[in-house]
Each structure stands twice: as structure tokens, then as C-alpha cells.
Design a protein around this ligand. Structure first.
Ligand SMILES: *[C@@H]1O[C@H](CO)[C@@H](O)[C@H](O)[C@H]1NC(C)=O
Ligand SMILES: *[C@@H]1O[C@H](CO)[C@@H](O)[C@H](O)[C@H]1NC(C)=O
Ligand SMILES: *[C@@H]1O[C@H](CO)[C@@H](O)[C@H](O)[C@H]1NC(C)=O
Length: 351
């Protein structure tokens, strides 16, 4: 009897799906699964499918919503991560090197990857973000830092194979530090009993920014190829050589490059006014704010930034980096003015 009641209950729940558009059963299951997983992992975040869901759709959605003017990076990185996650036995960890001027969104891009990989997004215990000027500040401590990152990476990967390591400001890192983890990035099954092949490493640097900009500008001048037609192949050698030869910096004469352990060099292109505009529009959307005159608002944000080369003013010197702050400021100002206007209006109507 009870069994039939249960069945009836489930059928009823399922039929709600047709009336509300949501599957109540799925919601209930989700709720219990979440509670169970949270109980099982008191710290939140365990190294399993629930907390690391292997969902590349999320990455695509995030990149589409939140990254502008980077068609090469978007395509290449999505493809690489998808391939890496769907490979039942990768032969080495995925190693990506992002290049381009500050403000072009390398850091933001890396954090979106972390967001898509982990349920706890950038708060995940398996996401590790190193900043050279903070973690590796002294040019003469290469040996110490090599030992440090070797032990950090080893310690963390032995806890969870699906770890993500982002090394920011690699160009400011003492050269040679990254060679400390060279053995982990190679085509080997295990190093000292630890398997690194499911992890992802991302290096961010400004190196090659000049060459990338020049290339983009050159094709703009020639005018026969569109920016959107450029591919990763157009930049690969350029960036690789730039990174290897530039004096100082974590990739200078690095064994990682020599040994071809970096899977892709991802160029971040300089951002045009059009892209800055899209960033601004997106920021207003995030604030859920509709300016009184949208066109004027966007124009004001775009015009408030600096562009180069000086005579043509094509590319934003700071990419979209300043946009969020400018938009907040704009909103605050407009709200203030609105209130002032209302007060005046109110006062005059009382007279
Ligand atoms: C993957 O992520 C997308 C976008 O966030 C979401 O709509 C979808 O339900 C997720 N898929 C799974 C299987 O969790
Ligand atoms: C991730 O999903 C893909 C396909 O959706 C599957 O082939 C692959 O085995 C999954 N990887 C892991 C580690 O679960
Ligand atoms: C994991 O990495 C962090 C740095 O992000 C480090 O402080 C910590 O000691 C590492 N854990 C282990 C077990 O090595």
C-alpha cells in the first residue's frame, strides 16, 4: 500500500514538471544530493564529480557572457580544456601560456576557467593562484622558490589530481623558478608516485604583448584581412620566441619552452573601442542598472579611457580593466543627480 502511495507521489511530482516547467523531482534530488555532499565534505569541496563537475558548457557560457574581443583565446582554450577533460587518460597535464598586455583580460579569463571547473568556483581548494611579485619577489632566491613550488604543486596534486594552478606575472618571476616543476609537466605517468596528468597549469605574462599588438595593427593597416580571421597559428612562433628571448622573466630561456612542454601559446589581442563598449554594456547589466541615456553613458565610459597609437587612438591602453570602476562611478553620479533633481522638484512644488 505504502509503495503505491510513494509511486503516486512520484508520479504527481513528475507531473508538476509539465505545469511549472521545472522537474520537482530533479529539484528534490538535487537538494538531497547537495545536502549529502555538504555533510560528507565538511570543508565543502571534495575531490569528486559533485564538486568538480566536468561541465564544459559552463565555460562556454561564461566566456560568451564575459569576454570580448578575444576570439582566438576563447576558441583555443575551450577546445583545449574540453579535450583535456574528456580524455580518459591524458598523456601530460594541460599547460597553457597566456600572453598580451595588461587589461586584455588574461587574469579574468583564468578566473572564469576556475569558475567553470569547480562548484565552489574561485573559492575552491583546488584552485591555486600564484602572483610573482607576492610569492616570488626576490630575484636571487630562485633555488628556494623552485623547491617551494615543487613541494606546493606536489602536495596539492597528491590530494586532488584535478587541480588548477595559475601563475600570474610570469614575466616578473625570477628566471628558472618554473623549471622546478618541469618534471611534473612532462610526458610521464608518475613522478615519485604522484600522477600530474589531470591537472591544468596556466601561465600569464605580458611578454609578447608588443609583438601581438604590432601584428594586429599591421593587418589593420593593410586592411585585407579582418581581425577575426587571425588564428592562433599567426601568433604562435612570435610569442614563443618573444617569451624565450626576453631578458628576465620566468620563461626566459626556460626548459619548459625548450622541451615543448607548453601546449599552446594563447595570444590576447589589444582591445578596440568597440570591445570596451561591450565591456561597459556588460557592466551596466551586472549592476542591473539602466542609465537614463544609454548611448551617452556608454560613450562617456569609452571616451574616458586612453588609447594608442596616439594619432589613431585604436586600442585601449588598459583594455577593459578600468571599465568596471568607471561604470560604478557613473551609476553613483547619475543616482546622485537624480536625487538632487527630485529634491529640487519636490522643494519647488512645495512652494
Ligand atoms: C552545465 O553548466 C550549464 C551552464 O552553467 C548548466 O546549464 C547545465 O545544467 C550544467 N550541466 C550539468 C550536467 O550539470
Ligand atoms: C567528462 O565528460 C566527458 C564527456 O562529457 C567524458 O568523456 C569524460 O570521461 C568525463 N571526464 C571525467 C574525468 O569524468
Ligand atoms: C598547496 O598550495 C598552497 C599554495 O596555494 C600552499 O600554501 C600549500 O602548502 C600547498 N599544500 C600542500 C599540501 O603542499
Amino acid at each position: 500500500m505504502n509503495f503505491y502511495r510513494l509511486m503516486l507521489f512520484i508520479v504527481l511530482l513528475q507531473s508538476c514538471k509539465f505545469t511549472t516547467g521545472y522537474s520537482v523531482l530533479a529539484l528534490v534530488t538535487d537538494f538531497f544530493l547537495s545536502s549529502y555532499e555538504t555533510l560528507r565534505c565538511p570543508l565543502g569541496d571534495c575531490c569528486n564529480n559533485f564538486w568538480i563537475p566536468n561541465n564544459t558548457t559552463k565555460l562556454q557560457v561564461l566566456l560568451k557572457q564575459d569576454v570580448f574581443g578575444q576570439h582566438i583565446a576563447t576558441e583555443v582554450v575551450t577546445r583545449q580544456i574540453e579535450a583535456h577533460l574528456s580524455n580518459p587518460s591524458p598523456s601530460k597535464p594541460l599547460v597553457l601560456s597566456f600572453h598580451g598586455w595588461t587589461g586584455n583580460g588574461k587574469n579574468h579569463f583564468a578566473s572564469l576557467i576556475a569558475k567553470s571547473l569547480y562548484k565552489k568556483e574561485t573559492e575552491s581548494r583546488f584552485y591555486h593562484h600564484f602572483i610573482s611579485t607576492v610569492h616570488f619577489p626576490h630575484q636571487h632566491s630562485t633555488q628556494l622558490y623552485q623547491d617551494q613550488i615543487r613541494s606546493w604543486v606536489r602536495g596539492n596534486v597528491s590530494k586532488c589530481a584535478h587541480s588548477l594552478f595559475v601563475f600570474d606575472e610570469v614575466d616578473k618571476m625570477p628566471s628558472g623558478v618554473l623549471d622546478g616543476i618541469k618534471a611534473y609537466l612532462d610526458y610521464v605517468d608518475r613522478v615519485d608516485g604522484v600522477d600530474y596528468r589531470r591537472s591544468i597549469f596556466i601561465f600569464l605574462s605580458n611578454t609578447g604583448g608588443k609583438e601581438i599588438t604590432k601584428k594586429v595593427h599591421d593587418i589593420w593597416l593593410k586592411g585585407n584581412v579582418k581581425r577575426e580571421e587571425l588564428t592562433v597559428r599567426d601568433f604562435e612562433r612570435l610569442v614563443e620566441l618573444g617569451a624565450f628571448n626576453e631578458e628576465g622573466g620566468g620563461l626566459h630561456q626556460s626548459r619548459l619552452i625548450e622541451k615543448h612542454l607548453i601546449d599552446v601559446y594563447v595570444p590576447f589581442l589589444p582591445m578596440e573601442k568597440m570591445h570596451v563598449r561591450l565591456c561597459a554594456e556588460n557592466e551596466f547589466k551586472k549592476h542591473n542598472y539602466f542609465p537614463r541615456n544609454k548611448e551617452a553613458a556608454l560613450q562617456k565610459i569609452v571616451d574616458g579611457l586612453h588609447y594608442y597609437p596616439e594619432d589613431k587612438e585604436l586600442y585601449s591602453t588598459t583594455g577593459c580593466k578600468r571599465v568596471a570602476q568607471r561604470v560604478s562611478l557613473y551609476i553613483a553620479e547619475e543616482r546622485y543627480n537624480n536625487r538632487a533633481y527630485e529634491r529640487r522638484h519636490h522643494d519647488s512644488s512645495e512652494l
